[in-house]
Design a protein around this ligand. Structure first.
Ligand code: SF4
Length: 424
């Protein structure tokens, strides 16, 4: 994405120029009277991959190795700049995503883990009362790397499997051997990384129901406590979307996609993985704590190019360009493509969008209490909208939480949009 197109949305500094980072909003040490709650989660984006998968719209560049060390050095400065927002409180969750974090060289991982330990209190994570996840590509996990991660406090790996069918991996231009998923998970387990997850993609062109059944069974047979399963989406400007436009394949139709979604839920449930978010399944207690922090609209720090953060009601997105990230620094803060100041209505809309996707639902009392932000009749309109959803069989409960039924989950985003428009 050309990040500079979003610059006009930035807050204006006293000089009248757009600020290049959210430091002016978040960099100050709060006064005693206004001490906000500390931020307890941290996301780090590692922007290197050894190949660009055709469906992917995450910011990543094909690694040339020579920029890994400058990246980690720059990242360390950014971590130091943001660390005061944790206020010395122990972090609950860290998630290192990308890109392919496991592509970073082992000695750089050692440096990064040492920086994290120096800048943040990791005691909760080390006591196994928090969570520290690293996303891995099956081809890049070695025993040396896994040992370094485990020694540095990593408690969880998320392995990109996507499919166990070589033909479908080829369709996605995903470069790994299906057998290496189990090998990589085994290495992580032997290193002492106790919590493990795999990602699947379904509705791949040419994938049949029987193919998907085999993928689900293969994933559920692995030593993993958590499985994410996303339907393939065609994001703008990805190679997959260009191929689709050129007519190189026929995408899965909506009915097949809906059947596949139901199949994933039913088959994983039978294997002990309960859906706790529209696309995420886990054994009891094995939900991804970091992602729950996002979906509950908690606060999190964000470092690395294209990383998005949320703290003290302010949202920001770092510029998705490694060159800018490396060359520009605002006292350690990265240049951003977006900074959104505090906005109570936006915060409600975001909570609706993510909360409705959760099996725990959205607290009904909270939602109704937010209605007073808008207009005197908003609460009545929200109640009416919920009643209609109930009558249509789209809710399984309305009190004390608003929870979607199985048919509601199928159109979760559309239902969220219905409620969100009441909070514009
Ligand atoms: S490995 Fe992940 S981040 Fe990298 S291109 Fe593939 S899907 Fe995108």
């Amino acid at each position: 994405m050309p990040q500079d197109t979003a610059l006009p949305q930035l807050e204006q500094s006293s000089s009248g120029r757009p600020e290049s980072s959210p430091r002016h909003l978040l960099g100050a040490t709060p006064t005693v009277e206004s001490t906000p709650s500390p931020v307890r989660s941290l996301y780090i984006h590692v922007p290197f991959c050894f190949h660009k998968c055709h469906y992917c719209d995450f910011y990543s560049i094909v690694d040339t190795q020579d920029r890994q060390a400058p990246f980690v050095e720059r990242l360390s400065a950014e971590l130091a700049a943001q660390s005061h927002l944790a206020g010395g409180a122990p972090l609950r969750t860290i998630f290192v995503g990308g890109g392919t974090p496991s592509l970073l060289r082992p000695e750089l991982w050692k440096g990064l883990l040492a920086t994290l330990a120096a800048q943040f209190d990791l005691s909760l994570i080390r006591a196994d009362r928090g969570e520290f996840t690293v996303e891995c590509n099956p081809e890049t996990v070695t025993r040396e790397l896994a040992d370094i991660l485990a020694a540095g406090g990593v408690t969880r790996v998320s392995m990109g499997a996507q499919s166990f069918h070589a033909t479908h991996l080829k369709t996605l231009e995903r470069w790994h051997q299906p057998d290496n998923v189990a090998r990589a998970l085994d290495i992580a387990a032997r290193a002492g990384i106790a919590r493990r997850s795999v990602d699947l993609i379904y509705a791949i062109p040419g994938q049949s129901i029987a193919d998907l059944e085999r993928d689900i069974d293969a994933a559920a047979s692995l030593p993993v406590e958590h499985i994410s399963a996303y339907n393939l989406t065609y994001e703008p400007n990805t190679a997959m979307t260009h191929r689709l436009k050129r007519g190189e394949f026929t995408p899965a139709d909506e009915d097949l996609e809906a059947d596949m979604f139901s199949l994933v839920g039913e088959r994983l449930a039978a294997r002990g993985y309960a859906r706790y978010e529209v696309s995420n399944y886990a054994h009891a207690g094995a939900e991804c704590r970091h992602n729950l922090a996002y979906w509950r609209q908690d606060q999190w720090l964000a470092c690395g190019p294209s990383a998005s953060g949320h703290a003290r009601g302010i949202r920001w997105k770092n510029t998705p360009r490694l060159d800018d990230y490396l060359s520009r620094s605002d006292r350690g803060w990265a240049p951003t493509s977006e900074v959104e100041p505090r906005d109570a209505r936006r915060a409600v809309r975001e909570r609706i969008m993510t909360g409705l996707r959760l099996r725990e639902g959205l607290p009904a009392e909270w939602l109704l209490s937010q209605s007073s932000l808008i207009a005197h009749d908003t609460e009545a309109r929200v109640r009416r909208a919920l009643e209609r959803m109930s009558e249509q069989g789209l809710l399984s409960q309305r009190e004390p939480a608003i929870v979607l039924s199985d048919s509601g989950v199928l159109i979760a985003d559309a239902l969220a949009a219905r409620l969100m428009k009441l909070f514009v």
